[in-house]
Write a protein that binds this ligand. Structure first.
Ligand code: GLU
Length: 476
């Protein structure tokens, strides 16, 4: 399927590697990916690694790993911006030769003086175009120069943004910024435009912090289209940034902002984060739970809101709880085992999942809930659990142990029936028995249903744990 313009849709996610995949970046990646998949187009990835100090291999790996974890796949291997400096410079030279760019010989000192004057006069701080109309013959011989874009000074530039609507900027507001530095390296602004063109990008979906850049990037595109043709304006969609609960732009101050932190520290499943990021800024009626397949079918830019959405960890946790309940037990068991480390058996965890899943909102909570399975005897007791094990309770446990020891069918039904009949015999509510049982069996006061606990631990381990806390009547 093609877009309305008849061309195949090509989107790109263009992260600058800064150490991790930011939640906001992940959402941008998701929207680009979904848009391409929805339209049967291509989704591309470009690593904007021109800042060599920050763009370490580790930072690049983390982004790729995060995208992969979210299930965002790309139709071509990633393009590395730093590999393409020659090509960027070539476009700068084409613009220069065709008169859409010019050499500027202003020295750093001259520019500093210009800025100081602008500051003093309360004028906008902008390059004053001093070399724009000067003749090459005025150039100081052999002096270094930068190449600047000759932006039209008259008229206005209009963008029909798919999210922001119609946005107009007076061309006089756009500065003649640098395309190629004195050392011949391209600036970020040039690199982005050239790469988008060469990758055949038709739709640029990104954070609205780049809206101003679009007005600076378009003049390059339009100039190149005049020079050689085949440089159409892309479709723009500038998506509002994500805010924290307090309405300020999402930052470390608000807690975790990296995708890997949600995976590793918060115990979030990728499908839950996928769904949550989708709903963060995009809606389809009031549907909350939307699967990957449905998202591909439903996603379009019409549903992207114009105002910033607020990151709400509770909503993410609720969605995570939903996806945990839906998830395969063996898969969850392996995630929990990885979290618990040595000694956690996946087989037992898989058996336990049906009773652990209903109440858990994260893999961490699953792991907490499963901890009792692997505790060593004698069990360490929480203070509350220890408080339940008074002399009467210990006596009751001893009686229970004797009855359970005779149990040949270690099933939920049999264990429940035996325990209930013992409680009746003692003329006690089931709770009076179940609470000390829970303490003895798990060392805590919260656990899955007590009969599930017995079944999961098995007869031998259950009796050993109960006996460790039980004392015969009259002995204490
Ligand atoms: N590399 C830029 C960033 O990470 C994005 C550039 C773009 O999307 O045009 O913010």
């Amino acid at each position: 399927m093609a877009s309305e313009t008849g061309k195949q849709v090509v989107t790109r996610f263009a992260p600058s590697p800064t150490g991790f995949l930011h939640i906001g970046g992940a959402r941008t990646a998701l929207f680009n990916w979904l848009y391409a998949r929805h339209h049967g187009g291509r989704a591309l990835l470009r690593i904007e690694d021109t800042d060599r100090k920050r763009s370490t291999q580790d930072a690049i790996d983390k982004i790729i790993e995060g995208l992969d974890w979210l299930g965002l796949d790309y139709d071509e291997p990633p393009l590395f911006q730093s590999d393409r400096a020659q090509r960027h410079a070539e476009v700068a030279r084409q613009l220069l030769e065709a008169g859409h760019a010019y050499k500027c010989y202003a020295t750093p000192e001259e520019l500093e003086e210009m800025r100081a004057q602008q500051r003093a006069n309360k004028q906008p701080m902008r390059y004053d175009r001093r070399w724009r109309d000067r003749d090459e013959s005025e150039a100081p011989a052999g002096a270094p120069f930068v190449i600047r874009l000759k932006v039209p000074t008259e008229g206005e530039t209009v963008i029909e943004d798919e999210v922001q609507g119609k946005v107009t900027v007076q061309n006089a507001e756009i500065d003649d910024y640098v395309l190629l530095r004195a050392d011949g390296t391209p600036t970020y602004m040039l690199a982005v435009v050239v790469d988008d063109h060469d990758m055949g990008v038709t739709h640029i979906i990104r954070g609205d912090d780049h809206l101003n850049n679009a007005f600076r990037q378009l003049p390059i595109i339009r100039a190149m289209d005049q020079i050689e043709g085949g440089w159409p304006d892309p479709v723009y969609a500038h998506v509002p940034l994500i805010h924290g609960a307090d309405g300020a732009k999402l930052s470390k101050r608000h807690g975790a902002v990296g995708v890997e932190a949600y995976r590793d520290d918060e115990g979030v499943l990728p499908e839950a984060l996928f769904n949550y990021l989708l709903r963060l800024g995009w809606g389809h009626g009031d549907r909350e739970e939307i699967t990957r397949e449905e998202a591909i079918e439903l996603f379009d830019l019409d549903g992207v809101g114009k105002s910033p959405s607020r990151f709400d960890i509770k909503k993410l946790q609720n969605l995570n709880g939903h996806y945990i309940r839906e998830a395969d037990d063996a898969r969850l068991a392996s995630l929990v085992a990885a979290k618990m480390g040595d000694g956690a058996e996946e087989k037992l965890l898989t058996e336990a999942m049906p009773v652990l899943k209903p109440r858990a909102k994260s893999v961490n909570e699953l792991a907490e809930g499963a901890a009792f399975l692997f505790k060593e005897r004698p069990l360490e007791m929480t203070e509350k659990a220890a408080g339940l094990l008074d002399a009467d309770a210990r006596t009751r446990l001893e009686g229970l142990s004797r009855r359970l020891a005779k149990e040949n069918h270690w099933t939920l039904e049999a264990l429940e029936a035996t325990t209930k009949s013992y409680a009746e015999e003692l003329e006690l509510g089931l709770g009076k028995l179940a609470q000390p049982m829970r303490a003895a069996l798990t060392g805590t006061t919260t656990s899955p249903g007590i009969f599930d606990v017995l079944v999961l631990l098995g007869k031998e381990e259950s009796l050993a744990r109960i006996d460790a806390q039980a004392s015969p009547a009259g002995k204490e």
